[in-house]
Write a protein that binds this ligand. Structure first.
Ligand code: RET
Length: 249
């Protein structure tokens, strides 16, 4: 599998570029975080740092072939009976990375623990049912039923992003930055199910290299660009973000 990745230039570059960017983001955020002292501001920063910690591990899993397998597609699939390379490790590791994006956004909006918890649970199940969609090889219909279930959980996540948290961010005084990151997240995240549907595991309109680059491109903005924008804001330790009571500082 390791060689199968290296032999395909588009596939290999889509993976190695992300290893480099995740590593760079970790270093930049680690350095920037040294001058942040407030515990809430630090927690948001650390949450964003974890996105890249998971990401570099995820892409190492793909680069080494550990989380890639050839799967024979079921009847009904455009590539029925053929082996399709599934980069299933992506879907698995999203279950660990995306919660940190939501935690950072929830904290930025000063949302409540129950809402952050609910959004994260929905998000984790969105990723795990997406993994099930990719790994199901016994029935084509079942692949799309898993996809539909994952989309239903995604709608739940969008509810927090579109309804609950903007109102809370307004009250918290973080509406401007929240709205930038919220829209960035909504638009980019919608791209993932679109890529799944068009990619080699779905309708197979895109080849494996193009599918992988589409995800990698989305990742670059949804993770590293998101992180840098948020940490630049938080590193000034604005009143709207810092701990309010000295006991929690
Ligand atoms: C899948 C396929 C099934 C339907 C849906 C999906 C949504 C995936 C999303 C992924 C976001 C990933 C991010 C990763 C960064 O580390 C699983 C593709 C709805 C929204 C932001």
């Amino acid at each position: 599998m390791f060689e199968a990745v290296l032999d395909n230039a588009a596939l290999a570059s889509s993976i190695y570029v992300n290893i480099a960017l995740a590593g760079l983001t970790i270093i930049v955020i680690a350095v920037m975080s040294r001058s942040i002292h407030d515990s809430r501001a630090k927690l948001i920063t650390m949450s964003t740092l974890m996105i890249s910690v998971v990401s570099i591990s995820s892409y190492m899993g793909l680069a080494s072939g550990l989380t890639i397998d050839p799967l024979v597609m079921p009847e009904g699939h455009p590539l029925a009976g053929q082996e399709v390379l599934s980069l299933w490790g992506r879907y698995l590791t999203w279950a660990f990375s995306t919660p940190f994006i939501l935690l950072a956004l929830g904290l930025l909006a000063r949302s409540t623990t129950d809402k952050i918890f609910s959004a994260i649970v929905l998000d984790v199940f969105m990723c795990l049912t997406g993994l099930a969609a990719a790994l199901t090889t016994s029935s084509h219909a079942m692949r799309w039923l898993w996809y539909a279930l994952s989309t239903a959980f995604f709608v739940g996540v969008l509810y927090y992003l579109l309804v609950e948290w903007p109102a809370e961010a307004d009250e918290a005084g973080t509406a401007d930055i929240f709205s930038t990151l919220q829209w960035m997240t909504i638009v980019l995240w919608i791209g993932y199910p679109v890529v799944w549907a068009l990619g080699n595991e779905g309708l197979a309109l895109l080849e494996i290299g193009a599918t992988s680059w589409a995800y990698s491109g989305l990742d670059i903005f949804a993770k590293y660009a998101f992180t840098i924008i948020l940490v630049l804001y938080v590193s000034d330790e604005p009143d709207a973000v810092v701990s309010t009571s000295p006991a929690t500082a």
